[in-house]
Design a protein around this ligand. Sequence first.
Ligand SMILES: [Zn+2]
Length: 298
Amino acid sequence: MLVPVFTHPSCLKHDPGPGHPETSARLEAVLGRLRTEPMVALREALPAAVESLTTVHPESYLATVRAMSEQGGGALFLDTVLSRDSWNAATGGAGAALAATDHALDGKGHAFAAIRPPGHHALAGKGMGFCLVNNVVVAARRAQALGRQRVLIIDWDVHHGNGTQALVETDPTIRYVSLHQYPWYPGTGAADERGVGNVFNVPRGPGKPASLYVGDLWSAIVAATTNWNPEVVFISAGFDAMKGDPLGGFTLEPEHYADWTTRLRDHLPSAPIVGLMEGGYAPQRLAEGVVSHVRALA
Ligand SMILES: [Zn+2]
């Protein structure tokens, strides 16, 4: 089955500046590889409307990001830096996430969004960790608006999705399962952070065998879905947990993303899967990881 991969051209134009690891070369590498994949259909999404972002972010925050971009950019917060195209990249990326969500919830099969900047560190009123809009929570709220109440978010980026956790930790309709290096940026994600029983953190140290990371995330997914059947699965699909990534110390290889994806399809056969690109800072490795995941969605 063809897997649609949604993207937006503005995602290539966001530029956090020289020396910053979150470069357009990341997405260029991903799109270059996906264009050679026979089972992938690349599609351009429309930008997200502001009303679809205010389900997660206050209008005042969005207006600040927009105004700062339109004035040429600047540092929103520490290493979260805007350029002139950043607002369009953020709404383009969120639009691609929503298009992938709409596709999957329309019964047309699994989908992926190849987007940047990433989203899982973004808090309601504050961009953080290269992230401006929390794409996965925006997409989860769209799914709920379309009638899918029980939403599972799996986050296999090497960093804890502090923004996602903060946005869902009081909401039992969403379960959040995250494997991440710990202690590490952003400092959150301890195992005893359980929200209202809906947060399942899997903090692990660097340099362990890949089988440990694969098995431990899988055990947490099984725990989160025991007697709780999600109607849609979102993946905060970062690929910076791969061996050699400059921003992480995990040891995963491309095949491990295919392994998780295949297990998820078998374990939750009635739930569509929507993968949203997060981190991954060695562009060719990122591209290999994305392709492995997307192939397993076909
Ligand atoms: Zn990351």
